[in-house]
Ligand binder design. Structure first.
Ligand code: GLU
Length: 493
């Protein structure tokens, strides 16, 4: 692989929430930049005023920060090629659009929306592909410029050659040759004075020295036009990489709004902001999205550093990837288990405090080894560790009654356990387990019957981390008081 330092960018349009597609479009160029010691740029492509969402840029920046995909140049940090928001670069697009007019590769077009719509209808009625009919192509350049300057509404269109063909290369798919006759005179500068993507992105990629354009495959059909624009300016083209699309979990068709809503109902989401709240970790999310479109082995558990060390554009794959949330769970749980206890404690803490628990850090650190194996998402800590931070637990009386025992027999079991435990000088895992196991043996009962009663009595729930370790953390006095209360409850049933 060529390891010369690249200049690459993530160029999202701030039109909505940041989703896993955006995240992946940021991840691969980031990896390439870090692998080659190059530069990763954030550029905000905000020229579509109709779809502009003022909160989207912040969400994108927060999403990148959360994932740890730090950029070297961007709207909030500046850089040598700024500004990094396209609406702040209007002048440059104007100059470039008119430059193309001067060079004979573009023309101002004064056609009204009404005329264009009528042409479109006629073409469709004649079963032709709708496209610009060339009406303003032949206007005299000086005359056109004068009309434009006098305030008449206009757009600037690319003057697509009528003959010949163009070859453009996608690194994953190879060369694609397109007949120019199949291409339209696309709009480069809109009547609101802002550029379309076709102009803005090509100009900026050139001015920002971008070496590799890594973008969604929805842009693949526009690659011939982009190649024309780049050539018309006489520039060198960057390398193009179009990423695979995401398919619905069933693998049948592209992900739709409906699938997104269904995912939320199932406790999943494709939006980064939600994923964080659902207890997913950046490590888990990155690992999951990295492998959707990158041909490293499917089950590879990779940290960001390991991804950087192994990343190679050639191993990206153009085949579509079906969203598989079970894999996300798998990677999330796996990365949780790879975390240092103090790190994991710091990450679960906000979920506990958010649920109203007063968290004691030292205690939480002791709990981490007991729950770590069970966590799929960080918020699972509520279920497995919340009770540790309750002053009191209130078990359901019926749950205190062991399987196949009466309430009174269960009370006897609890009484005996209380006697054993209160006779111990200290209550630790090591001191409590042997005598209780001996009690199980002598009683002829199943361990689950005895430990089940104690678990519900002490933790207030039927499922908890290992009982003896939990009792040690809860502390002798509290454990004894809770068992005593369970005895009373059971005796009163
Ligand atoms: N603004 C474009 C988008 O969000 C960027 C595509 C690109 O990376 O060039 O689809």
């Amino acid at each position: 692989m060529d390891l010369s330092p690249v200049r690459v960018r993530f160029a999202p349009s701030p039109t909505g929430r940041m989703h896993i597609g955006n995240a992946r479009s940021a991840l691969y160029p980031f990896l390439l930049a870090r692998r080659t010691g190059g530069t990763f740029i954030l550029r905000i492509e905000d020229t579509d005023q109709k779809r502009y969402d003022p909160t989207a840029e912040r969400e994108l920046i927060e999403g990148l920060r959360w994932l740890g995909l730090d950029y070297d140049e961007g709207p909030d940090i500046g850089g040598l090629c700024g500004p990094y928001r396209q609406t702040e670069r209007r002048e440059s697009y104007h100059e470039h659009a008119w430059k193309l007019v001067e060079l004979g590769h573009a023309f101002p077009c004064f056609c009204t929306p009404e005329r264009l719509s009528q042409v479109r209808q006629e073409q469709m009625a004649a079963k032709q592909n709708p496209r610009y009919d060339g009406h303003c192509r032949a206007l005299d350049a000086d005359e056109a410029r004068r009309r434009a300057q006098s305030g008449e509404k206009f757009v600037i269109r690319f003057k697509m050659p009528k003959e010949g063909s163009i070859t453009a290369t996608d690194l994953l798919r190879g060369s694609i040759t397109t007949e120019n006759s199949a291409l339209d005179d696309s709009v480069l500068l809109k009547s609101d004075g802002l550029p379309t993507y076709h102009l803005a992105a090509m100009v900026d990629d050139h001015l920002m020295g971008i070496t590799h354009v890594i973008r969604g495959s929805e842009w693949l059909p526009s690659m011939p036009l982009h190649m024309h624009v780049i050539r018309a300016f006489g520039w060198d083209a960057p390398q193009f990489v179009h990423l695979s699309v995401f398919l619905k979990p069933s693998g049948k068709g592209k992900l739709s709004k409906r699938d997104t809503a269904q995912a939320l109902k199932d406790g999943y989401s494709i939006f980064l902001g939600d994923m964080k709240d659902l207890g997913y970790t950046p490590e888990g999310v990155l690992n999951w999205i990295a492998l959707m479109g990158w041909g490293v082995s499917e089950d590879d558990v990779l940290t960001l550093d390991e991804m950087i060390a192994r990343f190679n554009v050639d191993s990206l794959t153009p085949s579509p990837a079906a969203i598989n949330f079970a894999k996300l769970d798998h990677f999330n749980g796996t990365h949780i288990r790879l975390m240092q206890p103090a790190d994991l404690a710091g990450r679960v803490k906000p979920f506990l405090t958010g649920a109203g628990y007063a968290v004691d850090d030292e205690k939480l650190l002791k709990i981490i080894p007991l729950i770590r194996e069970r966590l799929v998402t960080l918020d699972d800590c509520l279920q497995f560790a919340g009770f540790f931070f309750k002053d009191d637990v209130s078990p359901d009386p019926q749950e205190l009654v062991a399987k196949d025992l009466t309430a009174s027999q269960s009370a006897d079991v609890a009484r005996k356990a209380l006697e054993i435990l209160s006779g111990l000088p200290a209550l630790t895992h090591e001191t409590a387990e042997p005598p209780l196991r001996q009690f199980v043996e002598e009683s002829g009962l199943h361990p689950n019957q005895i430990f089940g009663i104690l678990r519900v009595a002490v933790t207030g729930q039927k499922v908890s981390p290992p009982l003896f370790e939990s009792m040690e953390i809860i502390g002798r006095e509290t454990v004894l008081a809770r068992i005593r209360r369970a005895v009373d409850t059971l005796a009163g049933l």
